[in-house]
Ligand binder design. Structure first.
Ligand SMILES: [Zn+2]
Ligand SMILES: [Zn+2]
Length: 356
């Protein structure tokens, strides 16, 4: 092993011992296996999926260190690993595929039937260090901050949905949702559409105001019918592309209503309960002959690599990323951090832990 620093035996981490039982404590620094580097984690976002994982549903086994949206510096490399990686900044594709199933043969890792995952099935990024296989590294230039780079995971998920939408130059798009993923989908949709309108639709006045500041058209669906809002902004009945990034009955209905005849609806939001649909909304899927598509995670293969594309777009500076990080906390302040994310009255987009 070659390292830049003296590697300590113990580190601080947020370790989940049971549902609702997250502890800031000392744990062992992970050992470096073959083909791995040790990443000193510098920033790790709190994903909305971390909230049920920590507070209601739990995860696959306890204890587990959550966190899958992170970036850091490579401070040690295994003997069999390229030394030039030492000191580099990197994000991490958090999936560890089985490499045996049919999806893995196709390099469609997100559909792997036997994968592991940093931050849910095994320890993740709410920690000072993590041992990561070289294959999972997405290095980035020193000009990009660790905080911005920690948005690479939600950005890759967003870019994946935009690719599935098939949006092309001049198309209008409606994104139902006002969270970080919705806004990132909006930013990538704008980049692809160039001349079309990109509308962010939701119910939170604060978040819509933020979206408007980022240059989006907005529809507040608690005040205006979504179809009327799309008509007001585009002058047309529906948009070529509608993306649902909430996971509720109402948001899915709104995405269907916002789509033009022969349009495409991409479903991204994770549902929190059973879903159902009004008959009239279902009818309109048939009558408008809509295409519905699911989007899951991201592509990370030799044909399409949402991670590399997302990070190079970040490096180019063309996306307004600063508007997406609302607060940063130290890991020791985890109670305040999670309270801010969970409090419906506090305006947050991506809340992050930053480490020294
Ligand atoms: Zn996430
Ligand atoms: Zn597999």
């Amino acid at each position: 092993m070659k390292s830049l620093i003296e590697i300590p035996k113990k580190m601080k981490a947020l370790n989940l011992h049971g549902v609702g039982d997250l502890r800031y404590e000392d744990v062992d620094v992970p050992a470096l296996g073959a083909g791995m580097v040790l990443l000193k984690i510098k920033a790790c976002g709190i994903c909305s999926s971390d909230i049920p994982r920590i507070f209601t549903t739990g995860t696959y086994h306890f204890p587990t260190i959550p966190g899958h949206e992170f970036s850091g510096q490579i401070v040690a490399v295994g003997d069999d690993v390229d030394e030039s990686l030492l000191g580099r900044r990197s994000c991490v594709f958090p999936m560890l595929p089985c490499r045996k199933c049919h999806a893995c043969e196709l390099e469609e890792w997100a559909q792997c039937s036997g994968y592991s995952y940093f931050g849910s099935r095994q320890d993740g990024g709410f920690a000072e260090y993590l041992a990561v296989p070289v294959w999972n590294l997405v290095p980035f230039s020193d000009s990009l901050s660790y905080e911005e780079a920690a948005l690479c995971e939600p950005a890759a998920v967003s870019l994946h949905a935009v690719n599935i939408s098939g949006i092309k130059k001049g198309d209008n798009a409606v994104i139902v949702g006002t969270g970080a993923i919705a806004l990132l989908i909006g930013l990538f949709a704008k980049k692809r559409s160039e001349t079309g309108k990109v509308i962010i639709a939701g119910r939170s006045a604060d978040k819509l105001e933020n979206a408007a500041k980022m240059g989006f058209e907005t529809v507040n669906t608690s005040q205006e019918d979504i179809s009327a809002g799309v008509k007001r902004i585009t002058g047309r009945d529906g948009a070529e592309v509608a993306v649902e990034a909430v996971g509720t009955n109402e948001a899915i209905s709104n995405a269907v209503k916002a789509a033009a005849a022969l349009g495409k609806v991409v479903l991204v939001g994770n549902p929190y309960g059973d879903l159902n649909m009004e008959k009239n909304v279902y009818w309109s899927i048939l009558r408008k002959q809509l295409t519905l598509a699911g989007s899951w995670n991201s592509s990370y293969n030799s044909r399409v690599n949402d991670w590399k594309e997302a990070i190079s777009t970040f490096e180019s500076g063309e996306l307004a990323l600063k508007g997406l990080i609302s607060r940063t906390y130290k890991m020791s302040e985890y109670e305040q951090a999670f309270a801010a994310v969970r409090d419906k009255d506090t305006f947050t987009l991506r809340v992050m832990f930053t480490m020294d």
